[in-house]
Design a protein around this ligand. Structure first.
Ligand code: SAM
Ligand code: SF4
Length: 335
């Protein structure tokens, strides 16, 4: 594909990683992510699959090498496979990796096709192995369906990374069982600190917050954790567990911020480009997409937005109150 001048932000960080949210809808209602009764966007506000393709292709032309599809739940978007299949044409021709973040509920249906189009890895969000607790935290989710989805993905040859949000008083007691299950199944595992995104109704962020510094200290009481130098340009830091050989990641936006090496931006399902997950500044890409069939306006809007990518987010719980909160839900920006 024709390469334009690559995207470099004001802090000399090359932007090579794009996350695209393809829907704000979801078949779950995780308590830390959504309110139970969500007002979803009208369909006409969403980018069409063709627009998502044009937009992703423009970013790839500008040097994006890794594309992660997310949501909402990406696999509940109608005809999502036709978009994924289409965008997979860039694999090996500008794009190194096409992947997705999913709650796993639809993997049973789609795993084979995902493998067929060249997806090699998926991130599956799973915070507990207990069916009752799973129903409680996801409100609408059912664990056996997710287990079936994960099994289908594994059988299709996809590598699986489990993402678990660390939730105080909720999955603290499953730290070792989750870790052991991932080791036995051959899945990577990443823990995530809960971030202050969106109003949730009755849920209180500080009540949910379990610092990963504490989680990690507890893990190392029983396991030997060896720091890995591996960086993906994201906020995760990795260790190898000596006893099992498995890899564990820690995403610590609150206790440690690793924004200095950030290489990523996010586009919402309505075509808003967020240069930082934790800041409000955004650029509208839907208008330039819809204004002309030619990509010149779109590319101009992308480049101008990248030229104001901020240094980092301002999330902070350290004064026993939530600071740096952003008003939109994670399902809107795409985690
Ligand atoms: N539905 C898909 C899923 O659950 O994997 C993709 C979208 S979801 C918004 C992406 C990730 O964001 C999930 O791993 C979820 O656990 C995480 N997430 C949602 N709300 C969060 C929050 N407030 N803080 C930290 N992570 C959050
Ligand atoms: Fe849906 Fe994912 Fe948010 Fe859970 S975390 S409500 S699965 S978008």
């Amino acid at each position: 594909m024709e390469q334009q001048v690559p995207l470099i932000d004001p802090f000399a960080r090359p932007i090579t990683y794009l996350r695209v949210s393809v829907t704000d809808r979801c078949d779950f209602r995780c308590t830390y992510c959504m309110a139970e009764h969500m007002q979803f966007l009208p369909k006409r506000d969403l980018l069409s699959l063709e627009e998502l393709d044009r937009l992703s292709s423009a970013f790839i032309g500008l040097g994006v090498r890794k594309l992660r599809i997310t949501g909402g739940e990406p696999l509940v978007r109608r005809d999502i496979m036709s978009f994924l299949r289409s965008v997979s044409r860039h694999l090996g021709d500008g794009l190194d990796e096409l992947t997705l973040t999913t709650n796993g509920s639809q993997l049973g249906r789609f795993a084979d096709e995902l493998a067929d189009i060249g997806v090699r890895r998926v991130n599956v969000s799973l915070d507990t192995l207990d069916p009752g607790k799973f129903a409680e935290i996801t409100r609408w989710g059912r664990l056996p369906q997710v287990f079936d989805g994960i099994a289908a993905a594994k059988a299709a040859g996809l590598r699986i990374k489990i993402n678990a949000v660390a939730l105080k008083g909720f999955n603290e007691d499953e730290l070792f069982s989750l870790t052991e299950w991932c080791a036995n199944e051959g899945h990577d595992l990443t823990f995530i600190e809960v971030m202050p995104m969106g109003e949730l109704g009755s849920e209180d962020r500080l009540d949910q917050y379990w610092p990963l510094s504490d989680l990690r200290a507890r893990l190392s009481e029983r396991l030997t954790l060896i720091d890995l130098a591996e960086r993906t340009g994201g906020p995760a830091r990795y260790v190898r567990v000596n006893e099992t050989g498995q890899k564990i990641g820690f995403i610590t936006p609150l206790t440690h911020n690793f924004c200095e090496s950030c290489n990523r931006v996010r586009v919402t399902c309505t075509g808003e480009l967020f240069m930082c997950l934790g800041q409000e500044d955004r650029a509208d890409l839907r208008a330039p997409l819809r204004a002309s069939d030619d990509d010149a306006l779109l590319i101009g809007a992308i480049c101008s937005a990248i030229s104001r990518k901020p240094k980092g987010h301002d999330f902070d719980y350290s004064r026993q109150k939530v600071a740096g909160q952003v008003s939109r839900h994670m399902s809107h920006t795409g985690g």
